[in-house]
Design a protein around this ligand. Structure first.
Ligand code: HEM
Length: 361
């Protein structure tokens, strides 16, 4: 749907793919969390604006306040909602998204048809409706914008380095396609059976390419450099430890708040070398890359690390593969790229990312 819409818009000038990516990743999460579509990609005929993004952008401005002023979170649960809208329209936008989540829970409960993919609600049969809404909101807010901003960062680096783009195109053009020239994972499965072996030559070649693409160093590097959650993620050293908690030879007492930040980790020249800030996919290729894995903390580390750490790269890989296969993309100038702001998650300001698309076929 996204590719079709970009085809439709391509003749009218640059397209804001940051917004396009945000709608795509939101739709993925809506399916996963609520088992429904929000009709967001179709909403604006002339581009990718949507009520959801307007609301999300306004609400995002209130995230630092809500994060650092815990009393504010308590207050909005106590005072009437009409007052919340008056006092802070930004937090009001967050309530609108919450209402959308509540409506989705009701719709899910009333509907008799069920989608043919897993939905988070199914695993939450035992919890009450309020908790269902909270869980669904968590996934919606944690999973959509983060993946889209990483895709945006990745695409910027691909389009500003012709060698990276050339190597990716080489891989993408080898992927299996259906009769319409579109990437087809079903076609790949079918061809494996057609040749009478579990996996025929072409299929195994395609799987090899696909796997290489799936583990693609470019996607990994987009996740490292993009680090959609760049800031500190606090944890408190528990009282219940049986042995002292030691970091770098020093005992950290129970009750101490400790944290890591992807920004500090991913820009450390002692780990990545003098070109730590450079987008260089090749650092993930070869035996030396294994040692780097331990310092990669885009999805955090430990018990509370991201539950979307497999889903996000899958979305990024599929979106990039489809875009590269279908279009010659270009940026006109640096002013086509919005400034980045850290609001707990990383966001691109206006004009998002303006990309010019020319169909390849
Ligand atoms: C590139 C994309 C993504 C990045 C960079 C990212 C990053 C993170 C990070 C750093 C955390 C830990 C937060 C903390 O310690 O306080 C986290 C948690 C979480 N993420 Fe993601 N995430 C991404 C995509 C997703 C997706 C697609 C989903 C949806 C399934 C998702 C759902 C969650 C949830 C529910 C948590 C909370 C887990 C918990 O507290 O146990 N994330 N994410």
């Amino acid at each position: 749907m996204l590719i079709e819409k970009i085809h439709f818009l391509a003749g009218n000038g640059p397209v804001n793919v940051y917004d396009a990516f945000r709608l795509m990743t939101t739709e993925v999460i809506l399916q996963l969390a609520f088992g429904r579509s929000g009709g967001l990609i179709e909403e604006d005929q002339n581009g990718f604006r949507s009520w959801f993004l307007e609301g999300f952008d306004a609400a995002a401005k209130s995230i630092p306040d809500l994060q650092y002023q815990p009393w504010l979170r308590k207050l909005i649960n106590i005072i009437p909602q009409t007052l919340v809208y008056k006092l802070s329209p930004e937090i009001g936008n967050l309530l609108d998204i919450m209402k959308f989540a509540e409506g989705s829970v009701r719709q899910w409960q009333k509907s008799e048809s069920r989608p043919d993919h897993p939905v988070v609600f199914e695993a939450l049969e035992t919890v009450n409706d309020a908790e269902k809404v909270t869980e669904a909101m968590d996934i919606l807010i944690a999973g959509a914008d983060t993946t889209a901003s990483t895709l945006t960062t990745g695409l910027i680096h691909i389009l500003t380095d012709s060698e990276i783009e050339r190597r990716l195109l080489e891989e993408v053009d080898l992927l299996p396609t259906d009769e319409n020239g579109q990437l087809s994972f079903q076609a790949l499965e079918k061809s494996a059976y057609l040749v009478g072996h579990p996996i025929g030559y072409y299929a195994s070649r395609a799987i090899e390419v696909l796997t290489r693409f799936a583990q693609n160093a470019t996607v990994k590097e987009a996740l490292r450099v993009g680090m959609a959650v760049p800031g500190r993620l606090p944890r408190v050293v528990p009282d219940s430890l049986t042995e002292p908690f030691i970091v770098d030879g020093k005992v950290v007492p129970p009750g101490t708040t400790v944290s890591i930040s992807a920004y500090t980790m991913h820009t450390a020249t002692s780990i990545w070398g003098p070109d730590a800030r450079k987008f260089r996919p090749d650092r993930w290729i070869g035996p030396q890359s294994k040692g780097l894995e331990q310092y990669f903390c885009t999805f955090s580390k430990g018990a509370r690390m991201c539950i979307g750490q497999n889903l996000a790269p899958a979305e990024i890989i599929i979106a990039l593969a489809y875009l590269l296969r279908n279009f010659k993309m270009s940026l006109r100038s640096k002013s086509d790229i919005g400034a980045k702001t850290d609001r707990f998650t990383l966001q691109y300001g206006d004009p998002g990312l303006q990309v010019t698309f020319k169909p390849r076929y």
